[in-house]
Design a binder for this molecule. Structure first.
Ligand code: 4AZ
Length: 238
């Protein structure tokens, strides 16, 4: 998170840090005691997929916090039509081996499916990603910043041209006119919360903290909601 601030410890109890032996790799959101929602491209960032773990209840990644639950992963389920080349459908479910114990430090956040968000809406993005665009190492403590939704038209315009693959209706751009507030490496898979509702996931962007290269987020639209439901509750049809 660029240009943000440290959140009050445990005030975002739905946040997951997805880690491998080398430490934090991606953010995620606990949407059910056994399921974390994250970005599909995170799958390629694990040095060893077998050693990947989900850490819940954390504030500082380095400290031995009694609130932490470190859980093994049973499987990764990327969205069926995830395309890493187009950076589209960058959504993945992570099934935990054992259910998280919900308490003061570990709670669920349910996605609110929405098919668009108006440009100008202010949203919060939260994560342990890099705080310096020049030093792409994770932050020890959980950070958050407010960013503003930018229209797709502007985001796809030549002067913003951010993204080789275009910003489709499944994606939104959000940033800051001065470019000083943004998500960054390691924030991928974390939540974008607008007016208190969890609407989107951090997907990526070309750089961090550049005014004309805003962050790209995956909008949790109905198609993802239906897919999540079919994986979480396979007996209810589908
Ligand atoms: C990343 O690599 C990443 N500035 C996340 C967010 C942004 C860029 C890169 C947006 O995880």
């Amino acid at each position: 998170i660029i240009g943000g601030r440290e959140v009050s410890p445990h005030s975002r109890p739905f946040m997951a840090s997805i880690q491998d032996d080398g430490g934090h790799v991606c953010g995620g959101v606990l949407i059910h005691p056994e399921w974390v929602l994250t970005a599909a491209h995170c799958r390629f960032r694990f040095a060893k997929r077998q050693s990947a773990k989900v850490v819940l209840g954390a504030h500082s990644l380095s400290k031995n916090e009694a609130s932490k639950q470190i859980l093994e992963i049973k499987k990764f389920i990327p969205f069926s039509r995830f395309r890493s080349d187009l950076e589209s459908n960058d959504v993945m479910l992570v099934k935990l081996h054992t259910a998280a114990k919900l308490n003061e430090y570990v709670q669920l956040l349910h996605p609110r499916s929405k098919n668009d968000i108006r440009a100008g809406t202010k949203c919060q993005v939260t994560g342990w990603g890099a705080t310096d665009p020049e030093v792409l190492t994770p932050s020890d403590t959980l950070q958050e910043v407010t960013v503003t939704v930018i229209s797709r038209k502007l985001c796809n315009s030549r002067s913003y041209h951010n993204h080789n693959p275009i910003i489709t209706k499944d994606m939104i751009c959000a940033g800051d006119a001065k470019g000083q507030k943004d998500s960054c490496q390691g924030d991928s898979g974390g939540p974008l919360v607008c007016k208190g509702a969890f609407y989107a996931l951090v997907s990526g962007g070309r750089k961090c903290g550049d005014a004309k290269k805003p962050g790209v987020y995956i909008l949790l639209s109905q198609k993802y909601e239906a897919w999540i439901k079919s994986k979480l509750h396979p007996s209810h049809g589908n």
